[in-house]
Write a protein that binds this ligand. Structure first.
Ligand code: ATP
Ligand code: MG
Length: 656
């Protein structure tokens, strides 16, 4: 993007450019402003009505039991089967021929799975797990690439009431071992490997190694999908091929109804702020909110839309917005195995063109990467099928938001910036595409039925135009029930800072209209000469400079100012590390945000430390900037990145 379009961006923002919902979308929207009214009038009745979107074996008469806060029970006397809700009921309603999954493998192989086929496969897999001795309540670890069996395995577990713990396929044997041990899993479902960056990448050796570690002794079976056909070591009596046991099972399986509070899954957080936490989600409340929010925020029309969420199944986004939300709503979706730049940087756009994808849900980190590669890449493909775009995972910089809308959404599609966490289970704060007039960079309003606000240190709600801590003030159906095996950590982490309110760990501000802007994690907020400065705002100012593609900003302790701002920047494709660049960027930030926010040091780097889900790990940059030993790095993508950055650091700080 050249300087001129960047100037126009600045103008857009100065005029506070807003985007009203397209009239056509608003006229046919799944959810209108009526839902805000209904929820405001009677929040619990609102959620009870949303629970009725699901099919229950025994309909709940209770909505919320909050008699022992913060341990919530939702719909506690109801019973249902999650897999039945995601699969069988659509077949019974006559939609068996509808495509559930358009699978696209990285090497270019593809496979279509209809709802009828999905029902048969999930039933067979459920029968196979039962044959392997898995019973309701037993934990199953899933360590798979992005292939249909990942979805089938999760649903098979849900069908028999065995909580799954999905571990991202890019994690090491160590990370897998600690998660298997923590959840005390009995069975591991994996594959020989998957395709990554044009070649087979083995998975099974990491399982073999993990199972030599203490705490994993209870694993009695490893069910292995053949995906790549690569050589695989085999432990007789423990390892079984998926193709040996699953296809020979009956496709008849009667789903059993489970209590609404039966555990559905354990999932570990990304580890951006420290050691990952095993978040426990249960059945009825989780599915109610995952399903409703998917219907409301993505406005899914199951007959005509083709939906694609690019997250990995190993993250909560993959759980709620690939598996449980979309499938409970009967969606047709794309499932892609590989990386966005294999075999070329236009792979995603090619997939959208091929399947006529109409709804795309991705992360700011991916959008910024595409910005770095340049807009001529997507321009080569027909993206006219798109009608709605979503973002999740980090605050989306206004610059990236505008780029996404313009170069992917043809300046036509609404963007929903969705704030939520592994802990919240489902989207909490987001525009509604047929209702909300959007502002680039803001997640805007709590969804109907959700109570969120911003408070100060004393716990008082801040007025419009001020910042503070994001809190959730009422329990919600898909909330975490605890941290697996550690109720005390659950209390300490989320419920001890402010009485009766869930502390999300994120900073936020309310603008003059009361709309919410996420400002990054509170641990990352910088205190410079007595002023609180958010990392997000300084990063967005840097990214709005034409030479900067990505930025990560931290406050490092400084004898004179308390904290001094250090900025790590990745330059755009054509920009070089020429002299005067640091000064230019510092001046740019001063102009955008004021002199106080001017970084003291600017360090151009080739890569930033990110979690496997693509989030910047500022705490590691802070460790480096303050010469400390690095904290937990188990969820870091590439540890050599930190060495490269460390080697850059002794550079003398530039003058003020
Ligand atoms: P850990 O809790 O272990 O540090 P994590 O918080 O990165 O890891 P996730 O649950 O995957 O783990 O991420 C949730 C966090 O991601 C939120 O708390 C928030 O900081 C950030 N986030 C997600 N969506 C948005 C969004 N739309 N805008 C701003 N931030 C977001
Ligand atoms: Mg978190």
């Amino acid at each position: 993007m050249g300087v001129s379009s960047n100037e126009s961006l600045a103008n857009l923002l100065k005029e506070e450019r807003r985007f009203a919902p397209p009239a056509e979308l608003a006229a046919a929207a799944n959810v209108t402003a009526e839902d805000y009214k209904k929820a405001a009038a009677d929040r619990l009745e609102f959620w009870a009505a949303k629970a009725r979107r699901l099919t229950w074996d025994i309909a709940p008469t209770e909505t919320l039991d909050w008699s022992n806060p913060p341990f919530a029970k939702w719909f506690a006397d109801g019973k249902l089967n999650v897999a039945y809700n995601c699969v069988d009921r659509h077949v019974e309603a006559g939609h068996g021929d509808r495509v559930a999954l358009h699978f696209e493998g990285e090497p270019g192989d593809s496979r279509t799975v209809t709802y009828a086929e999905l029902r048969d496969e999930v039933s067979r897999a459920a029968n196979a797990l039962t044959e392997l001795g898995v019973k309701a309540g037993d934990r199953v670890a899933i360590y798979l690439p992005m292939i249909p069996e990942a979805v089938i395995a999760m649903l098979a577990c849900a069908r028999i009431g065995a909580p799954h713990s999905v571990v991202f396929g890019g994690f090491s044997a160590d990370a897998l071992a600690t998660r298997i041990a923590d959840a005390d899993a009995r069975v591991v479902i994996t594959a020989d490997g998957g395709y990554r960056r044009g070649k087979p990448s083995a998975l099974k050796p990491a399982v073999d190694e993990a199972l030599t570690r203490p705490g994993t002794e209870e694993v009695r079976s490893v069910l292995v999908v053949r995906r790549t056909g690569q050589e695989t070591a085999w432990t007789e009596g423990r390892d079984v091929w998926w193709h040996d046991v699953v296809p020979r099972q009956s496709e008849q399986h009667t789903p059993q109804a489970f209590d609404a509070e039966h555990p559905l899954f354990i999932l570990y957080t990304s580890g951006t702020t420290g050691k990952p936490k095993g978040i426990l989600h249960t059945t009825g409340g989780y599915l109610t909110q995952a399903s409703y929010t998917h219907h409301a925020v993505f406005d899914l029309k199951p007959e005509t839309d083709v939906y694609w969420c690019t997250a990995d199944i190993g993250w909560v986004t993959g759980h709620s917005y690939i598996v449980y939300g979309p499938l409970s709503n009967g969606a047709t979706q794309v499932l892609y195995e590989g990386t966005p730049d294999t075999p070329h940087q236009g792979r995603w756009w090619e997939i959208i063109q091929k399947y006529r994808v109409s709804i795309l849900y991705t992360a700011p980190t991916a959008i910024r990467t595409c910005m770095k590669w340049g807009e001529d890449v997507p321009a080569k493909f027909d993206l006219s099928s798109l009608r709605l775009l979503g973002s999740v995972g980090e605050p989306i910089n206004p610059e990236a938001w505008i780029w996404y809308r313009k170069h992917i959404g043809a300046d036509r599609t609404p963007i929903v910036d969705t704030w939520w966490q592994t802990e919240t289970g489902a989207i909490m704060i987001s525009p509604l595409p047929g209702v909300t007039t959007t502002k680039p960079g803001s997640a805007q309003n709590p969804l109907p039925g959700i109570s969120a606000t911003v408070i100060d240190d004393e716990g008082n709600e801040v007025p419009n135009g001020s910042g503070g801590y994001l809190v959730l003030t009422e329990p919600w159906p898909s909330m975490l029930r605890t941290i697996w095996g550690d109720d005390q950590r659950y209390l300490d982490t989320y419920w001890s800072r402010f009485e009766n309110r869930y502390f999300a760990g994120d900073g936020a501000k309310k603008d003059d209209d009361g709309d919410i802007w996420l400002l990054g994690r509170v641990d990352d907020v910088m205190l410079v000469s007595g002023h609180n400065i958010s990392t997000t705002e300084v990063e967005s100012a840097l990214v709005s400079h034409p030479k900067v593609a990505e930025a990560a900003v931290v406050g490092a302790s400084d004898p004179t100012t308390g904290q001094a701002i250090a900025a790590f920047v990745i330059l755009r494709g054509s920009a070089t590390e020429e002299e005067g660049l640091a000064e230019e960027l510092r001046a740019h930030v001063a102009k955008e945000l004021g002199p106080i926010a001017k970084p003291k040091r600017i360090l151009p780097v080739a890569e930033l430390p990110k979690t496997r889900s693509g989030k910047i790990m500022r705490r590691l940059l802070r460790d480096v900037a303050e010469n400390r030993q690095l904290g937990d790095v188990t969820t870091l993508t590439d540890s050599t990145v930190m060495e490269l950055i460390q080697s850059k650091l002794p550079a003398a700080p530039s003058e003020d």
